[in-house]
Design a protein around this ligand. Structure first.
Ligand SMILES: [Zn+2]
Ligand SMILES: [Zn+2]
Length: 132
């Protein structure tokens, strides 16, 4: 996405275009690393020079409501963001904290209208297995 495409997306989602917000989206797209709000904050601060946590949270909340990002609760008090909103699950390494995308196929019998499904698998990643 170019800067002007990012600006268009922000505007069409009712957000004012600011260097901070452009940088948030650029970061999410360039580094598909499932960042936490803290990591997004640190990146934008480094790139733009000033940003508040409120800006990060508000922007992420709007993007989430608009279906542009997924917020995935990894632990009771930590969430990661994913710009890939397609159906996929996550594997969380309990040693290094890395979050990996995983593909899965599942069918459920749900007698209600489902809004979202979150599959999170916890364990030890291959890299950490090797160094143990
Ligand atoms: Zn690991
Ligand atoms: Zn993902």
């Amino acid at each position: 996405m170019t800067t002007s495409q990012i600006a268009d997306m922000l505007r069409s989602n009712g957000l004012k275009v600011t260097p901070q917000r452009v940088e948030i989206i650029r970061f999410l797209q360039a580094h598909r690393v499932h960042p936490t709000a803290q990591q997004i904050y640190e990146h934008v601060l480094r790139k733009v020079g000033s940003v508040s946590f409120t800006t990060i949270y508000n922007t992420m909340r709007v993007l989430e409501q608009m279906g542009q990002v997924r917020k995935i609760p990894i632990t009771e008090n930590a969430a990661i963001y994913d710009i890939d909103t397609s159906d996929h699950g996550h594997f969380v390494c309990e040693i290094c904290g890395t979050v990996y995308d995983i593909a899965y196929k599942a069918s459920f019998q749900i007698p209600h209208q489902a809004r979202k499904t979150e599959l999170i698998v916890y364990g030890v990643c291959e890299r950490c297995m090797k160094t143990q």
